[in-house]
Design a protein around this ligand. Structure first.
Ligand code: OAD
Length: 239
């Protein structure tokens, strides 16, 4: 822990990659933990894809609706706040890259590169025609255009979809040029996000992993902090 604090103090440029674990202590189930109860029999790859949505629009919509509802009562935790406070104290020194779609980093006041979109926004499934935006969508599960039937879908990145280009390019530039990469609360199994850690490591950056459990990226770590994000980030990031 002390050596990591020292590295953070020394680093000129820090890239942080966060995953669902950073929001766990806010009470947001991690991506895989969200597949409990009714959803336990599904694999995320069977719900979070365009094919799944087209085949079972109501099922996939309901899964996201439940996650949206769960977000309504939660707040950023001490980990989100510590990252936001560091960014505020050290403008331009930390690039925060997140795979999370819960908006909690943003609510804590951080500037983020959101690689996987935003859970609480909708967009059209197919390219909208003029009719789609003429009137509000017809309510339903999912809502749809009353004229052409185009579905609304959550504005998240599904498996098999491209990441937003501007965010990904900025994240790659940060991974390439940082001297410290902090990887917080991610299984490290989903690419291209996890590839940013390989990129930073290959470019000579130190890699620190914060996760109470083993992750797929542990082999790249110069140090591991086996603690929960909301507990250890405030200590790691204080000046
Ligand atoms: P996962 O749910 O796969 O993994 C959550 C990680 O957080 C695990 O490694 C846990 O050990 C760790 N964790 C749990 N509690 C923690 C805590 N309090 N502090 C720190 N770490 C903790 O979520 P992600 O790896 O973020 O993609 O998932 C990555 C992507 O896979 C998601 O963005 C989503 C998913 O499929 C898309 O939707 C495209």
């Amino acid at each position: 822990m002390d050596v990591v604090r020292q590295w953070i103090r020394e680093a000129r440029s820090i890239a942080v990659l966060t995953g669902a674990g950073v929001s766990a202590e806010s009470g947001v189930p991690t991506f895989r933990d969200a597949l409990t109860g009714l959803w336990a029999r599904f694999d995320p790859r069977e719900l979070a894809t365009e094919d799944a949505f087209r085949a079972h629009p109501q099922r996939v919509w309901d899964w996201y609706a439940e996650r949206r509802q769960a977000l309504a009562g939660v707040e950023p935790n001490a980990g989100h706040r510590a990252l936001a406070a560091f960014q505020a104290r050290h403008p331009g020194r930390m690039t925060l890259i997140t795979q999370n779609v819960d908006g909690l980093h943003q609510r804590a006041g951080s500037t983020v590169l959101a690689l996987h979109g935003d859970l609480c926004t909708d967009r059209w499934l197919d390219d909208p025609k003029p009719c789609c935006n003429r009137r509000p969508p017809q309510p339903g599960r999912p809502p749809r255009c009353a004229t052409c039937g185009n579905w609304c879908r959550p504005a998240v990145v599904w498996f098999g979809e491209a990441l937003p280009e501007t965010e990904l390019m900025a994240a790659e530039a940060a991974a390439e040029s940082c001297d410290l990469m902090l990887v917080v609360g991610t299984s490290g199994e989903v690419y291209p996000a996890a590839g940013l850690v390989h990129q930073a490591h290959l470019a000579g950056s130190r890699v620190v992993i914060v996760n109470p459990e083993p992750s797929a990226l542990d082999g790249l770590a110069d140090a591991q902090v086996r603690e929960r994000a909301a507990q250890c980030l405030p200590l790691l990031l204080e000046d």
